[in-house]
Write a protein that binds this ligand. Structure first.
Ligand code: GLN
Length: 484
């Protein structure tokens, strides 16, 4: 994967790459060409990338190189090649959400997060594969084909930001954007051995992110180390008048790590029962790394978190069924070919049946059911109550003086592709650790546990830190303390 010269720059931390481009040590064009060469060499097998815009990327690279020559500063991400998940709208190329429903769709505008990434000097090469409409946790539910884990191609890269994680892990790009509604940035980061951060709800604009479950969705960042992910997050965060849920807060300051010595971090031990031996071993390594850096670990209780998966799989489908109603073959989406005389209702039903994959249809059916008259209180209202109790659990832990909560990211390392083919519910249970942060709207990061190939099956496992609302700086600093 590594070579001499320009190619080797791609394996450096984002801060170093940007410094080299800013000082003229390496050309952005050279980096972008090296990144395309890696994608060409690796992606036939991995399938992390769904579309590339080579000419656009090379034109942008030339602009950056010219700016450096003129003595201007292209920004903190100068010349860093990146990919963005295909549910982030771009006014170039296509935005398909890896669905037949949006085959060939061209958005008239770009997501704010993508704009900001490029405003900071990054060059977006194209779009990353994903589970269709961000529903899934294995990278197998994509209409554009399965993504494979670059560390072991018989295994899942996790999902739904499967391509974002796999492209970073395989060295195709140093940085990628994903989205996280119930763990879709953090779980693939854990499976692929990279860092993935989901910011506080409202920290990063959702404008131009195709909605799955609007009260849970956040754009997140994947990179090989905590500082690189923090730099990416620092570039895309901030208030956006185009997103009503975007928070008016000052900058998180997450690009500058703070001292973690003396911080208290809570460990909800009761939740760790039943995780794989490799995950338990990795988690112990992560705990020891924090203790070695002067962090105090304390046992905490979070009894309501046990209900989080059930609540999420009511609330997220409920919101999805409403958000996806616009894909009807009329306002948006593919329209089925019909015989003369067919009704509009038949046309919409056929279009949705053809355009949506099985998992998306399952979510729409669940969501419609839990919102239906007579069931609304039993399911939706109850799930909202559980959501409040989960928030209260975090609140209590934070009030006791903890800066963050530490758990594994997922109950297992990357599983074999096909493991959950006939058991969607078992796959849902894999989200037990990641979902609580989405329900509570808190910043949460997955970082590879120290020990690497010596842990369990030899596959990486992630440790996850969830912190106070809008305190991305502390969670990223703690992640850095585990990772260095
Ligand atoms: N695996 C979860 C789901 O399928 C999370 C998805 C996400 O975060 N987008 O709903």
């Amino acid at each position: 994967m590594t070579g001499g010269g320009a190619d080797a720059w791609l394996d450096r931390p984002v801060r170093e790459i940007a410094r080299a481009v800013r000082t003229g040590e390496v050309l952005c064009t050279t980096l972008v060409e090296a990144s395309f060469a890696r994608i060409d060499a690796l992606d036939e097998e991995i399938n992390a990338v769904v579309s590339l815009e080579r000419e656009r990327a090379l034109a942008r690279s030339a602009v950056i190189d010219d700016a450096v020559k003129r003595g201007e500063d292209p920004g903190a991400l100068a010349g860093v090649p990146a990919l963005v998940k295909d549910n982030l709208c771009t006014d170039w190329g296509t935005t398909t959400c890896a669905s037949m429903m949006l085959e060939g769709y061209r958005s008239p505008f770009s997501a704010t997060s993508v704009h900001k990434l490029e405003d900071a000097g990054a060059v977006v090469l194209g779009k990353a594969n994903m589970d269709e409409f961000a529903m899934g946790g294995s990278g197998e539910h994509s209409a554009l084909g399965v993504t494979r884990n670059p560390l072991d191609t018989s295994r899942s890269p996790g999902g739904s930001s499967s391509g974002s994680a796999a492209s970073v892990a395989s060295g195709m790009v140093p940085l990628a954007l994903g989205s996280d509604t119930g763990g879709s940035v953090r779980q693939p980061a854990s499976f692929c051995g990279v860092v993935g951060v989901k910011p506080t709800y409202g920290r990063v604009s959702r404008y131009g992110l195709v909605a799955f479950a609007s009260s849970l969705d956040q754009v997140g960042v994947l990179a090989r180390d905590a500082d690189s992910a923090a730099l990416g997050l620092s570039a895309i965060e901030g208030h956006d008048p185009l997103d009503m849920t975007s928070a008016q807060r000052g900058h998180s300051g997450c690009h500058e790590a703070r001292d973690v010595r003396g911080l208290k971090v809570g460990v909800p031990r009761a939740l760790l029962d039943g995780v794989d031996a490799g995950v338990a071993a990795g988690f112990e390594n992560a705990s020891s790394a924090l203790v070695a850096r002067g962090v105090e670990l304390v046992d905490v209780e979070m009894p309501s978190v046990e209900g989080a998966v059930s609540a999420y799989y009511v609330l997220a489908p409920a919101e999805a069924s409403s958000n996806l109603a616009r894909f009807d073959g009329v306002r948006y989406g593919r329209r089925a070919a019909m015989e003369a005389g067919a009704s509009v209702g038949e046309m919409i039903a056929r279009s949705r049946g053809e355009g949506f994959g099985e998992e998306v249809q399952r979510r729409i059916v669940i969501g419609t059911f839990v919102l239906s008259a007579g069931y609304h209180d039993a399911y939706y209202t109850t799930a909202q109550r559980v959501r409040r109790l989960v928030k209260n659990d975090f609140q209590r832990v934070f009030e006791s003086g903890c800066a963050a909560v530490l758990t594994p990211t997922a109950p297992s390392a990357a599983f074999e592709l096909g493991s959950f083919e006939n058991d969607p519910l078992a796959l849902y249970l894999q989200d037990a650790f990641t979902i609580p942060a989405n329900l509570a709207g808190l910043p949460s990061v997955s970082v590879p546990c120290p020990g690497g190939a010596s842990i369990g099956s030899g596959l990486p496992v992630g440790a996850m830190l969830t912190g106070h609302a809008f305190d991305e700086r502390t969670v990223m600093s703690l992640a850095g303390a585990i990772g260095t």
